[in-house]
Design a protein around this ligand. Structure first.
Ligand code: CTP
Ligand code: MG
Length: 229
């Protein structure tokens, strides 16, 4: 299975002056934890890290340090996540029929989750990891007035990995460019093109490290997972 890791963001909400994926949790850069999960996955055999050239030297050093046995390629990122994934899809080897896309910022996803997604893609040309939402979600207008309260039983919080048939996803990205769709995940493009996207049960701990609070939570989860005090 081919894995693309979007890692070309700037980490604005982290308030850091560099790519948040280079910040450390438990003494390793965030991206290193993501790569370790990919390395431990049974099915992933190729890894493409979509990233900004300014970070390439540091990423190369991290990759070398981890002594990964799987091939890793660096692919130039774009100015939005959508553009970054588009570049990643173009850079996939011609043999890639299916792909998993997993945000570098979701550094706590387990190898088991990656593998469950890799298995599920054989029965569904589009899938995403997701968890049921715990909060009651409100739809609110620009004046701060609630417009509606959707039934929570139908609401799922989208995560990555997201898995797709490569040919179809490329087609959806091309359509997205034609129609100037702006989306925050690849499933949204697949949905807009009328293709089915299936849910794979995600993980509560698979958070996207976005703010400084998330860094502290990730630190805690890893410490617990690694059996440290
Ligand atoms: N990403 C990317 N290319 C971009 C923007 C984001 O590959 N132009 C990646 C990020 O590196 C991250 C994932 O997409 O792994 C999810 O994005 P997000 O959590 O929003 O990260 P940032 O865009 O870096 O953070 P922020 O939105 O706070 O600036
Ligand atoms: Mg972002």
């Amino acid at each position: 299975m081919y894995l693309l890791i979007p890692a070309a963001g700037s980490g604005r909400r982290m308030g850091s002056n560099r790519n948040k994926l280079l910040l450390e949790v438990r003494s390793r850069p965030i991206i290193a934890w993501t790569l370790l999960a990919a390395q431990a996955s049974r099915y992933i055999s190729w890894i493409g890290i979509i990233s900004q050239p300014i970070d390439w030297q540091e990423f190369q050093e991290i990759i070398a340090d981890l002594q990964l046995s799987k091939p890793v390629e660096l692919i130039k990122g774009g100015s939005t996540r959508q553009e970054s994934v588009y570049n990643g899809l173009q850079a996939l080897p011609a043999t890639a029929e299916q792909v998993l896309i997993h945000d570098g910022a979701r550094c706590l996803a387990t190898p088991n989750l990656l593998d469950r997604c890799a298995e599920a893609i054989h029965n569904s040309p589009g899938l995403i990891a997701a968890v049921p939402v715990k909060d009651t979600i409100k739809v609110v207008d620009e004046n701060g007035i609630i417009q509606s309260t959707p039934d929570r039983r139908q609401l799922w919080a989208a995560q990555t990995p997201q898995g797709f048939d490569v040919k179809l996803l490329k087609q959806c990205h091309a359509e997205g460019i034609r129609q100037a769709w702006e989306v925050t995940d690849d499933a949204a493009l697949f949905e807009k093109c009328g293709y089915q996207v299936r849910i794979v049960e995600g993980e509560e701990t698979n958070l996207k490290v976005t703010t400084p609070q998330d860094l502290a939570i990730a630190e805690f989860i890893l410490r617990t997972r690694l059996g440290e005090e």
